[in-house]
Design a protein around this ligand. Structure first.
Ligand SMILES: *Cc1c(COP(=O)(O)O)cnc(C)c1O
Length: 392
């Protein structure tokens, strides 16, 4: 895999420009930077100006800390019991929403001798997704942990929008209404947080930064948005009927993003060998493909053990010498077979392009996703660790 760090940096700067002056960005580099390599992408995002990085776990946060000593690193997936001391030691910031999490963080903060109100916490609110976050009824119990003597400091309040790509903006509007009410309750209880962070790539690209910044400002807060997929150059698939919620103010954010964002990743393999087979030859496990005529087949060194979805066998093409070569037969663990009958001159060592561009042709993460009924996020994150990542 070739990772174009320049593209990632350009993407970050473009997105920061879309968010400005309304919101700052937290660059999501969880799941090994969406499979693009944390080691390559976290420093690139930081070089482009990212001050905040979002990772899944304390373990991933520790890796990010080694790579980016000066960044704020947010652990968005929650902290396991017993990890609070490590989190403090590695200067990571916890997303928390349950009383026991805050209890552990507080105890670890005291044990580390932290001053009152010095350990920043990002409190997640559940505004309708039922995944993470405290619901309206639990807010008071959670807030009770933020006392003047505690090392905990409420630095941010966050929530996750789960339908920002849908044509009907009703769900997002309801989430923002619930968020507004919860923020009112938090300030009525005498608490103040500096940051409000809401919204992933879809909200940012749909031009919702002004609306989120307005909501933050009403509560004396600053806004952060958390793009992931867009950083890697992919625009989420909005509903075909989608109309940006504030179309007058931001008619062009989506169109501008489609023009400006550049895919960061290319995934390549090589041809191991080429063979000629007669009509009637059986190809691959269980003979799911039978040669219809004399054919030339190239063996490619990539299989489902690399993250090439097995469902792509007999229904997708890769690129060889700038032309589409259909995958024939089942994909094996380490190999797959391409029909190169129509592509002259293919030989061992030729590049097989799995994802990215070759010549005038491209294969996008959406092409893969559509062919195996998933989403680009999954296409990226299941590319196996044995596929080496190179910064280019
Ligand atoms: C993954 C994630 C994001 C980024 O989502 P994209 O759709 O990839 O931009 C933002 N916030 C949270 C909490 C996430 O888990």
């Amino acid at each position: 895999m070739e990772i174009r760090t320049r593209a990632l940096e350009d993407n970050f700067r473009f997105l920061a420009g879309l968010a400005a002056p309304y919101a700052d960005l937290l660059a999501i580099v969880k799941a090994d930077a969406y499979g693009h390599s944390l080691a390559i992408c976290a420093p690139a995002a930081a070089r482009a100006g990212a001050q905040w990085l979002g990772v899944t776990s304390v373990e991933e946060g520790a890796s990010a800390r080694d790579l980016c000593p000066g960044a704020r690193i947010l652990v968005i997936g929650g902290v396991f019991p017993g990890q609070a001391a490590t989190l403090i030691h590695r200067r990571l910031t916890a997303v928390a929403w349950e009383p026991w999490q805050l209890g552990e963080l507080e105890a670890a903060g005291r044990a580390a001798g932290l001053a009152p109100e010095s350990l920043p916490i990002h409190l997640e609110l559940d505004t309708g997704m039922s995944r993470q976050g405290v619901g309206p009824d639990g807010v008071d119990a959670v807030l009770a942990h933020f006392t003047p003597a505690s090392p905990l400091k409420l630095e941010a309040v966050m929530t996750h929008l789960f339908a920002a790509d849908e044509a009907d903006g009703r769900i997002t509007a309801e989430q923002l209404t619930r968020l507004d009410a919860a923020l009112g309750r938090i300030s009525a209880a005498g608490h103040f947080a500096e940051w409000l962070h809401v919204g992933a790539s879809a909200a940012l690209l749909a031009g919702q930064a002004p609306e989120i910044a307005d909501l933050a400002a009403r509560h004396g807060m600053k806004a952060l948005l958390r793009p992931g997929l867009a950083l890697y150059g992919i625009v989420p698939a909005f509903d075909p009927e989608f109309v940006p919620p504030i179309a007058d103010e931001a008619p062009s954010t989506l169109a501008a993003a489609r023009a400006a964002l550049q895919p960061v990743l290319s995934w390549k393999a090589q041809v191991v060998g080429v063979r000629a087979v007669p009509a009637g030859a059986v190809v691959g496990y269980n003979g799911s493909f039978v040669a219809t005529e004399p054919m030339r087949l190239a063996l490619a060194a990539a299989g489902y053990g690399d993250g090439l979805d097995r469902r792509l066998g007999n229904r997708f093409s890769l690129l060889v010498r700038g032309q589409r070569a259909p995958l024939v037969g089942r994909i094996s663990m380490d190999q797959s077979i391409l029909d190169v009958t129509e592509i002259p001159g293919v030989e061992a060592g030729d590049e097989v392009l799995i994802l990215g561009a070759q010549g005038a042709e491209t294969i996008s993460a959406f092409d893969h996703a559509r062919a195996c009924e998933t989403i680009p996020w999954e296409v990226f994150t299941r590319i196996n660790a044995r596929v080496r990542r190179f910064a280019v």
